[in-house]
Design a protein around this ligand. Structure first.
Ligand code: IPD
Ligand code: CA
Ligand code: CA
Ligand code: CA
Length: 281
């Protein structure tokens, strides 16, 4: 599979930049009071773009740091998060990654997430890959989401973005509710990594509001190919242009949606207008 091969080479190029920087001082600038970006985010994206543009000069590319470049008539859209979990990276706290998902006519087709594991003195990586209809893999081994079908036996994970709006407040309530009824809710700080952990079967589900296409494009395919289920937080059909996501091992999906409930439905319908780049079949 040529496309997935190039996705992997590009993700590895970004990961190499991060590995070279992970033990060095960070150069931080601010997009907002707590919304950081480091030189490494930008250098990783540059290394990734280098690979993509050489292999597929006619593809459309959406990178978190660089915006949209390329041919808008292309059927392919690369969603690139050169460093997902920047805050963790800035602190040397584990849970950050390179995340690249490629859409073909608006649908996830190939994905790679390179997750940094360990911590200072023992950084390492593991690589998640998926191609549509071909299964999900971690370091080359097939992976599957968990079979747990009881909320009270589940370990869950969520995230809170930089915008402290109505969705953020609602998620504080959901955090309370699910902490009460599950084995626990983790909050690690890298959306792509959280989704890969569902695919790996070490947590049962993950949800978050106000994400962007580059946070989700890779993770959602990896989860689906690992046998999990992906929807919006109101249970509706998901696209990476939506801004909320619920991913689960599949067995638990409807039970989680029942608990999330109609109270959160008013938060829907705030998708970003990516219609310029979206190519329905
Ligand atoms: C962020 C992380 C975090 C999530 C935020 C994202 P970034 O991405 O994925 O887990 O809670 O919503 O923006 O800025 O570190 O690439
Ligand atoms: Ca960011
Ligand atoms: Ca991100
Ligand atoms: Ca990022």
């Amino acid at each position: 599979h040529h496309l997935l091969h190039v996705v992997q080479i590009a993700a590895n190029a970004g990961a190499q930049v991060i590995m070279d920087a992970v033990n060095k001082p960070r150069n931080i600038t601010y997009k907002g009071l707590t919304d950081l970006v480091t030189d490494t985010d930008k250098m990783s994206e540059a290394a990734i773009l280098d690979v993509v543009r050489k292999s597929f000069p006619d593809h459309l590319i959406l990178g978190e740091e660089g915006g949209i470049i390329g041919d808008s008539s292309s059927d392919y859209l690369w969603c690139i998060d050169p460093l997902d979990g920047t805050t963790n990276f800035a602190h040397g706290y584990p849970s950050f990654a390179v995340s690249i998902g490629v859409l073909f006519k608006g649908k996830p087709a190939a994905a790679t997430v390179v997750e940094f594991v360990g911590g200072p003195k023992c950084w390492n990586t593991r690589t998640f890959t998926a191609a549509a209809g071909k299964g999900a893999f971690c370091n080359g081994d097939k992976i599957h989401a968990s079979q747990t079908d009881k909320v009270e036996q589940s370990l869950l994970v969520t995230g809170f973005g930089y915008e402290h709006d109505d969705a953020w407040a609602t998620n504080i309530e959901l955090f309370k509710e699910f902490t009460d009824i599950s084995r626990g809710v983790r909050r690690l700080g890298a959306a792509a990594v959280d989704m890969c952990h569902v695919a790996l079967g070490i947590v049962e589900a993950y949800w978050e509001y106000r994400l962007k296409p580059w946070d989700m494009a890779a993770g959602v395919l990896i989860v689906e190919e690992a046998g999990g289920t992906v929807s919006c937080m109101d249970g509706g059909k998901f696209s990476v242009f939506d801004r909320s996501v619920l991913v689960s091992n599949g067995v638990l999906h409807s039970k989680l949606l029942e608990r999330i409930g109609p109270a959160t439905q008013k938060l829907q319908g705030k998708g970003i207008d990516f219609s310029l780049w979206y190519k329905p079949e």
